[in-house]
Design a protein around this ligand. Structure first.
Ligand SMILES: Nc1ncnc2c1ncn2[C@@H]1O[C@H](COP(=O)(O)OP(=O)(O)OP(=O)(O)O)[C@@H](O)[C@H]1O
Length: 264
């Protein structure tokens, strides 16, 4: 079967700074890939490649076997750690905004039956993320967890096939994080999503993912730290047993530490 995403000998370089080198891997539809690695290893760059916000300097990124175009597409939705939502719009209007842009690119506004249908869909999505009671609330009146629920609803209402999460729970308290773990796992299953999630929490990576991918440099030049980029140094599919066993010691050997543990 054609992988939903395919990285073929991908490099990302900024001038003579190599960030990612020779990344070659496939992601199958339905996988939940946790991406870990030290700060600066290129995890967010990897997500930007999938989003199409960034192009490889060498190699190719394919979506369904076709090279990715630089434009954003409804195939891919993204949630960042913060600031994914519009502060001047209520929850329901935040969720409707993307649908209005897609349905009416010029005016970003829908009318009549189309608007009613968008509103119904947005309301259902807010219910699904547990914000059914907060449709008319502004982000500033919401807790961090509620704002992330809203950001997830906003991303999912466009029915993406691939959901990209960039440290989505990094700013949340441990208890709220656990609630969010449940929510994301349920949405992943119910919506048949493919998820690529960057996290600094290695326990979260093993708990949520069906696969863990660690980026790090294989080679270091002490006189030229930018000479070599990171690549996937650890790539393991998880089953129930490996998930329960948690992060293996060789991750420590691969230089994938330290991670702050926030296992709650
Ligand atoms: N436009 C750019 N120009 C030059 N360097 C860049 C640019 N964008 C990113 N970088 C560099 O690429 C490297 C990887 O950045 P990236 O944000 O992908 O790492 P990360 O693994 O997500 O880090 P963190 O865990 O700290 O968020 C960093 O050294 C960063 O400074």
């Amino acid at each position: 079967m054609t992988p939903i995403l395919s990285f073929k000998e991908v490099w990302v370089e900024y001038g003579d700074k190599v960030v990612l080198e020779r990344v070659s891997l496939d992601i199958a539809e339905g996988e939940f890939v946790s991406v870990i690695g030290p700060s600066g290893a290129g995890k967010s760059t990897f997500l930007r490649l999938v989003l199409g916000q960034e192009g490889p300097s060498r190699g190719e990124v394919l979506l369904d076997g076709t090279p990715l175009t630089p434009e954003c597409s409804p195939d891919r939705g993204v949630v960042f750690q913060r600031y994914s939502v519009f502060p001047h719009l209520t929850a329901i209007k935040n969720v409707m905004f993307g649908m209005e842009c897609a349905g009416s690119p010029l005016f970003a506004k829908l009318f009549g039956a189309a608007r009613k249908s968008a509103r119904d869909e947005a309301a259902a999505m807010l219910e699904a993320v547990g914000l059914g009671h907060a449709m008319d609330v502004y982000p500033a009146q919401m807790s961090g967890g509620m704002q992330q629920r809203l950001a997830i609803a906003q991303a999912l209402v466009k029915r993406p096939r691939v959901l990209l999460l960039d440290e989505p729970f990094g700013a949340l308290d441990p208890g709220i994080r656990l609630d969010m773990h449940e929510l994301v796992t349920a949405l992943w299953k119910n919506h048949g999503l493919t998820i690529v999630m960057v996290t600094h929490d290695i326990h979260e990576a093993f708990k949520l993912g069906t696969r863990v991918l660690a980026f790090d440099k294989r080679r270091h030049d002490p006189h030229a730290p930018n000479r070599y980029g990171a690549t996937a140094v650890y790539d393991v599919k998880l089953d129930r047993k490996t998930k329960e066993a948690g992060p293996p010691p060789e991750l420590v050997g691969a230089g994938i530490t330290p991670f702050p543990s926030s296992r709650a």
